[in-house]
Write a protein that binds this ligand. Structure first.
Ligand SMILES: Cc1cc2nc3c(=O)[nH]c(=O)nc-3n(C[C@H](O)[C@H](O)[C@H](O)COP(=O)(O)OP(=O)(O)OC[C@H]3O[C@@H](n4cnc5c(N)ncnc54)[C@H](O)[C@@H]3O)c2cc1C
Ligand code: SF4
Ligand code: SF4
Length: 375
């Protein structure tokens, strides 16, 4: 059984250790947790011994083997990409509304086709207010494009999922980063086993993520170089570019990643997942092919949505080249190994006795990840 505690332990284990990524899973569940410009805080103390805040948090006592069993009915095997059926190249099809997509527009197209056909009745997405990412509930498929494009900062997206549940939506779609997809998997598994806590997620689309940036620190840095309100779009092109590329009303601005990387929250360095292993579908850029995505199909639901989107011209797909898959796998394995070493060094994994852990993984899998050849 998962170790579930209350908000006092959440503050102790996650906030005090600076592990909170601001995912929003504990926000707007109760009146107490709120997020402001990327930072989640508790307004008033709560003395419940067990809470959904702790149960959903992707940084507190997450037992990856148990969660895999609940979501996929398989052991957690520590493989680089997690369980999947097929990997494809994809992009928005000709029936999809035009938008300022980050890469191929696959994510927006999948959410749009799901809303258009009633497979979901609401989507929990990420918009922005100035530079600050904000969560948004979208119910009209034509409005999905308003949330297109990556905000490379931790976002409280899952507060929109909590709000959508409260507003009575019954088939909710959600898009988020791997930490958010872990939280969503915990929500879907109803860890406190109470009927009234059912979170009706009908489709989860995960993004690839190596790291994100602290919102307020990024704003402070950028404010020294440009007018924040002039920013139209941001991108982190694949290596060897080594830049954050900003499109502003006055033209392009490049910021070296050596200025950006110090703004990565520490908690990203204990994150084992590059490709959103708990999502129905996972999407990232297609390195070397701008305007396209990498699309990983992981579940029956994911496969059905992809089929429907293809049939209706919302996406087009092609086979994914073997060499690119090897490259993606290698990047994912490197993130796992690097983060696992940090978890061990910081004493945050498989703790015994009263000492609580951030993550639990069977020891055999820990050994396997550390032994895995990189090439
Ligand atoms: C913090 C972050 C780090 C990333 N790192 C990588 C990486 O290392 N490698 C890689 O291949 N891809 C990475 N991506 C994913 C990539 O940037 C694209 O989101 C992905 O390729 C999908 O492209 P698209 O054109 O289909 O998306 P679009 O159709 O443009 O849709 C983008 C979707 O992302 C959601 N979104 C935007 N910002 C956030 C956010 N901060 N948190 C949660 N959801 C958000 C929006 O709701 C929208 O639905 C990252 C994304 C983010 C947000
Ligand atoms: S659930 Fe998310 S926002 Fe809440 S404490 Fe955990 S990481 Fe932070
Ligand atoms: S690296 Fe992990 S913890 Fe950090 S934003 Fe990405 S998914 Fe979340």
């Amino acid at each position: 059984m998962p170790q579930i505690f209350g908000s006092a332990e959440l503050l102790e284990d996650v906030h005090k250790r600076e592990l909170c990524i601001g995912c929003g899973a504990c926000v707007d569940l109760c009146p107490y947790f709120k997020n402001y410009k990327g930072k989640t805080s508790q307004l008033f103390p709560c003395n419940l011994e067990q809470g959904r805040c702790f149960a959903y948090c992707p940084k507190a006592e997450v037992d990856l083997n148990e969660l895999n069993h609940k979501i996929r009915r398989v052991d957690y095997d520590g493989s680089p990409l997690g369980p999947y059926r097929e990997v494809l190249a994809s992009r928005a099809g000709n029936q999809m509304a035009k938008g300022a997509f980050q890469d191929g527009g696959t994510v927006s197209s999948l959410m749009a086709v799901a809303l258009k056909n009633g497979l979901i009745d609401a989507a929990a997405l990420t918009d922005r207010n100035g530079l600050t990412p904000i969560s948004r509930i979208v119910t009209n498929w034509k409005k999905v494009v308003d949330c297109a494009a990556s905000k490379f900062m931790a976002s409280p997206t899952l507060s929109a999922l909590n709000m959508a549940v409260r507003e009575g939506y019954k088939r909710i779609g959600v898009v988020g980063t791997p930490c958010q997809m872990t939280a969503v998997a915990q929500m879907r598994s109803n860890p406190l086993q109470k009927e009234e806590h059912n979170v009706p997620v009908a489709l989860s689309v995960g993004l690839f993520c190596n790291w994100s940036v602290d919102t307020r620190r990024l704003m402070d840095l950028l404010a020294q170089r440009l007018e924040i309100s002039d920013i139209r779009r941001m991108d982190i092109p694949p290596p060897p570019a080594n830049i954050l590329a900003l499109e502003t009303v006055n033209g392009s601005v490049e910021v070296s990643l050596s200025d950006i990387k110090p703004l990565i929250p520490h908690t990203c360095f204990i994150c084992l997942d590059l490709t959103s292993e708990f999502a129905d579908l996972s999407t990232g850029m297609f390195e070397g092919r701008p305007g396209w995505n990498t699309l990983i199909i992981r579940s029956d639901t994911g496969a059905e949505i992809v089929d429907q989107a293809r049939r209706e011209g919302f996406i087009e797909t092609e086979p994914f080249p073997e060499d690119n898959l090897k490259h993606l796998s290698k990047a994912a394995a490197e993130k796992k190994e690097r983060s696992l070493r940090t978890l061990i060094r910081r004493g945050l994994i498989n703790n015994q006795g009263d000492e609580r852990a951030a993550i639990r993984i069977p020891q055999g899998i820990v050994d396997k990840i550390l032994r895995s050849p990189r090439d």
